[in-house]
Design a binder for this molecule. Structure first.
Ligand code: 13P
Ligand code: SF4
Length: 366
């Protein structure tokens, strides 16, 4: 188990016949990645989490970037940011444990203010969410009066409170076009991911002003990486996340959100595939697609990787760390998320470049 995660109060948990009975049905889901000897360390923690979930009336929302033992063995709902937000809005459970990063937990809290929302590690942040503040957005609104503000859900509640409508990578193109029409503006402020902004700009006539934010995981991929992968793996199908720079997207066969990539693999069953995104994604998709082989260059998200089984268990034991948001900010941040969720979008955004990926301006702090 990585980084000495079985420590403190979980070290007393031992593998036993009872634990085996509770967890044996889960092992086949992760057997490809976890050797049997190691499973004996994971299984007691998994059993304890699943028992405690019932006692606490809790659900675990697990993002696609969670490690396989979290994703396949304790997650109740798994998916991309949009899917998890929808699940948060719909659940009857009293407690939500967010197996993901802080902005996702905030989104759950905004949608379910009456519920207890827990994040197992408060430091699980996101370079995009950290790149912009509510004050930055207020200045941009003064500079571009009348332009609707579309922000990626990878933002803090403060930023969402200044937003007209949120989006995720699975609906960004449609939301930008909807906002431009609804506000009668040919300019849209699309914040804070400059690469996602460019990839959206390649799909629409709307003029986009963006922000100098980026995902520290996806910005590291290069077009040369993709060419090398193709050279070493003839016939490989390349799927990329739209937080990658446009030159990477130009080299890919398909671009979509984490769930978009998952759906592509499930429905098309390519023989050999590479997912240009965070490392755990390939493990999670591979577990459900045994006939597909995966080339696995990837970049780790240090924030997502802060969430571990022992931390999830501790979170349920101690009911920490509870996510709280100032009620006035929460009320204002709710509207743009609800607007996004209410839009009847029929399909995932496509990023098969229709024009140059050019934005009107990339703003940033002076
Ligand atoms: P998705 O909306 O595609 O799940 O992406 C969230 C994220 O943080 C990707 O880096
Ligand atoms: Fe943020 Fe990138 Fe990590 Fe997603 S992968 S949480 S966008 S830093």
């Amino acid at each position: 188990m990585a980084d000495g995660q079985i420590a403190g109060d979980v070290s007393a948990l031992a593998f036993s016949a009872e634990i085996r009975a509770k967890t044996d049905h889960l092992y086949p889901r992760v057997a490809k990645f976890i050797p049997e000897g190691e499973w004996r360390l994971y299984a007691p923690v998994i059993a304890a989490i699943n028992d405690l979930k019932k006692q606490r009336d809790a659900v675990i929302l697990a993002h696609n970037y969670m490690t396989p033992e979290i994703f396949h063995c304790v997650g109740d709902f798994m998916g991309d940011s949009l899917g998890l937000a929808k699940k948060a809005a719909a659940t009857d459970a009293k407690v939500i444990v967010q197996a993901g990063v802080h902005f996702m937990a905030e989104t759950s809290k905004i949608l379910c203010p009456e519920k207890t929302v827990l994040i197992p590690d408060l430091k699980a942040g996101c370079s995009l969410a950290a790149s912009i503040t509510g004050a930055d957005v207020r200045l941009l609104k003064q500079k571009y009066p009348g332009a609707p503000v579309v922000t990626y859900v990878n933002t803090t509640a403060d930023v969402k409170a200044e937003t007209d409508v949120c989006c995720t990578s699975s609906n960004a193109v449609e939301i930008v076009e909807w906002a431009a029409k609804e506000w009668g503006s040919d300019i849209v402020l699309f914040l804070p991911d400059q690469y996602l902004a460019r990839n959206v700009a390649a799909m629409t006539d709307v003029k986009i002003v963006t922000w100098a934010g980026s995902c520290e995981v996806h910005e590291r991929f290069t077009a040369d990486d993709i060419r090398e992968i193709r050279a070493g793996n003839p016939g490989v199908v390349v799927l990329a996340h739209p937080e990658c720079p446009p030159e990477v997207i130009a080299e890919a066969d398909f671009t979509g959100s984490t769930s978009g990539m998952n759906h592509f693999v499930k429905t098309k069953q390519p023989k050999n595939v590479v997912l240009i995104t965070e490392c755990s994604m390939s493990d999670n998709v591979a577990a459900e697609n045994p006939d597909v082989s995966f080339v696995r260059p990837c970049n780790l998200c240090p924030h997502m990787k802060r969430i571990s089984l022992p931390k999830i268990l501790r979170s349920l034991q101690t009911m920490q760390h509870e996510v709280t948001i100032d009620p006035e900010i929460l009320a204002r941040a709710r509207l743009p998320i609800e607007r996004m969720l209410a839009l009847p979008l029929k399909r995932q955004s496509m990023y098969d470049r229709q024009r140059a990926p050019e934005v009107l301006a990339v703003e940033g702090r002076a």
